[in-house]
Design a protein around this ligand. Structure first.
Ligand code: ATP
Length: 425
C-alpha cells in the first residue's frame, strides 16, 4: 500500500485548504487507475504556533505506485499551495507501507505531533530512516504534519467522520450561500450521531466556515452514512465536489493526564484540583479562577474561559472556592484555557457572620482571629456561622458550546465520560 501525507499548503489571508488538495489528489489517483481506500483528516497539536487555523494534516491511502503517487501529489500541490505566503511551508511524504502497520517510531511521532511540539529536523531524520519519499517547499515544515498523518492509522484507534462539501473554486472569497433553515432542520434529525453542525443557542450554523477558502460546509459525526445524508439535505449554492474523511476530531486525543505543578506550555491536559478563588470576570469578558492542589500542595494554575466560549462562562462563574474539579484544556502562558471541566464535588456551605444569641442581629468581626462581637449587646462568639450555599451546578461534565469547540475536543454527547454529562448543542 501507499500512504500519501500532506500538510501546510494554505494561508490565513488567501485561504487554500489542505483538505481540498487531498480531495483533488485522491481524484487524480483514481483517474490514474489507483484505488483510494481512505482519506484521513488528522488534527495535530492545537497549540502549534505555525498553524493557519486548525492544525490539520491529511493522508490518502491508495494502491498507486509510490513514485507515481509523489509525482501526482507534487503536480496537484504546486499550482494550489500558497507558497508565497511566508507562513506557508508545504510538505509531502509518501510511504510504501501498510497504513495499519507503519514502524513504531512513526506511530510514536504521530502521537507526539498531537500532544507535543516537535522540530522539523526530527521529522527529516525519521523520514530518512524509514526510507520514505518526501518533498518540502519554503522550508518544508509541513513534513512534520505529513509524516504524522502517515502514522495516524497505526497510532490512533478512535475515529469519527467529516463530510466536506467544496464550493466552485472561483467563488472562494465571496459570501457563502447556504440556507440556514435547511442546516438546522437536517442537524436536528441527525443529532446526536452528527454533532457540532449548529449551535442552537447562538443560532449559528457552525458547519459553515467564516474564513476564505473552498470549504462550503463540513458535517461531523460518528457515522459516515449519517454525515453524508445530513449534507444531502442542505440547500446551498452548487457543491463542486465532496469527500468524506476519517478523522480524530471530537476524540480528546490531544489531552494528556497532568498533575498541577508539572504542566507545560504548548500541551493540553486533563488535571484534577480544587477551585482556590471565586471566579472573576476580567476585561473582554474572559472569566478566570485559580485551581490549586487538592492535597494542599503549593502548585496552582490560572484557568480561563475566554469570551468566545459564551454561555460556558456562566458555568465557570458558578464555581466557588472549594469545589473539586477535573479541568481539560491547553496550557499557554502559564494559563489553562478551558475546553471542559467536571465537577467532582461542590462546596455546599459557606461561613458567615453569626447571629447574636441575645438580640438576633448579625454580629460583626472583632478583628483578625478575634471572633465576633455584637455591637449592641457586647456578646462575643469565637466561631463563624455556617450557611447553606445555593448552587446551580451539578456534579458532572460541562463543556464549551459547539460555536467554541476545538476540532479535536470531544463533545460530551459522544459519551464515554466518567461522570454525568451536561452537553451543549
Ligand atoms: P492547513 O489547512 O494548511 O493544514 P493548518 O491550520 O492545519 O492549515 P498548517 O498551515 O498546516 O496549519 O500549519 C501547521 C504547521 O505546523 C505545519 O507545518 C505542520 O507540519 C506543523 N506542525 C504540526 N504539528 C506540529 C507539532 N506538534 N510540532 C511542531 N510543528 C507541528
Amino acid at each position: 500500500m501507499t500512504i500519501i501525507g500532506l500538510d501546510d499548503t494554505d494561508s490565513r489571508e488567501r485561504g487554500m485548504c489542505t483538505t481540498y488538495l487531498a480531495t483533488r489528489l485522491a481524484e487524480a489517483v483514481e483517474v490514474e487507475g489507483g484505488t483510494v481506500d481512505r482519506r484521513l483528516l488528522i488534527r495535530l497539536n492545537p497549540a502549534v504556533e505555525h498553524k493557519t487555523r486548525g492544525n490539520a494534516a491529511l493522508a490518502v491511502h491508495t494502491d498507486l505506485d509510490p513514485a507515481r503517487a509523489l509525482e501526482l501529489a507534487v503536480a496537484e500541490l504546486e499550482p494550489l499551495a500558497e507558497v508565497e505566503d511566508p507562513r506557508t511551508s508545504p510538505g509531502v511524504v509518501v510511504a510504501d507501507d501498510e497504513p495499519a502497520d507503519v514502524p513504531d517510531a512513526i506511530a510514536d511521532f504521530t502521537g507526539r505531533a498531537i500532544r507535543d511540539l516537535l522540530e522539523p529536523a526530527e521529522a527529516l531524520e525519521l523520514l530518512e530512516d524509514a526510507g520514505y519519499r518526501h518533498r518540502g517547499w519554503a522550508g518544508g515544515r509541513g513534513r512534520i504534519g505529513a509524516l504524522a498523518a502517515v502514522g495516524a492509522w497505526t497510532a490512533l484507534d478512535e475515529w469519527t467522520y467529516e463530510h466536506i462539501a467544496y464550493r466552485a473554486f472561483d467563488r472562494c472569497g465571496t459570501p457563502r450561500d447556504v440556507d440556514e433553515g435547511s442546516v438546522f432542520e437536517a442537524a436536528e434529525r441527525a443529532y446526536p450521531v452528527a454533532w457540532d453542525t449548529v449551535d442552537r443557542v447562538e443560532r449559528q450554523a457552525v458547519c459553515v466556515p467564516n474564513a476564505p477558502g473552498p470549504i462550503l460546509y463540513g458535517i461531523r459525526g460518528d457515522d459516515a452514512g449519517v454525515v453524508s445524508a445530513l449534507a444531502g439535505r442542505i440547500e446551498s449554492e452548487p457543491v463542486e465536489r465532496a469527500a468524506t474523511f476519517l478523522t480524530n476530531q471530537g476524540t480528546d486525543v490531544h489531552l494528556r493526564e497532568g498533575a498541577l505543578g508539572d504542566l507545560r506550555d504548548g500541551r493540553a491536559y486533563r488535571v484534577d484540583g480544587t477551585v482556590a478563588s471565586d471566579p472573576e470576570t476580567r476585561r473582554g469578558g474572559h472569566v478566570f479562577f485559580e485551581l490549586a492542589d487538592s492535597d494542599g500542595g503549593d502548585a496552582r494554575i490560572d484557568c480561563v474561559a475566554f469570551e468566545p466560549t459564551k454561555r460556558f462562562r456562566d458555568r465557570v462563574r458558578s464555581l466557588r472556592a472549594g469545589d473539586e474539579l477535573t479541568v481539560c484544556g491547553e496550557v499557554g502562558g502559564g494559563t489553562l484555557k478551558l475546553e471542559k471541566f467536571a465537577v467532582r464535588s461542590l462546596r455546599r456551605t459557606e461561613e458567615a457572620n453569626p447571629t447574636c444569641p441575645a438580640c438576633g442581629r448579625s454580629m460583626a468581626s472583632a478583628g483578625r482571629e478575634q471572633g465576633y462581637r455584637c455591637r449592641d449587646c457586647g456578646t462575643s462568639r469565637s466561631d463563624p456561622a455556617t450557611v447553606d450555599l445555593d448552587r446551580d451546578l451539578d456534579v458532572g461534565w460541562y463543556e464549551v458550546p459547539p460555536c467554541a469547540r476545538r476540532h479535536v475536543a470531544k463533545p460530551l454527547v459522544r459519551g464515554g465520560f466518567d461522570a454525568p454529562v451536561h452537553p451543549e448543542r
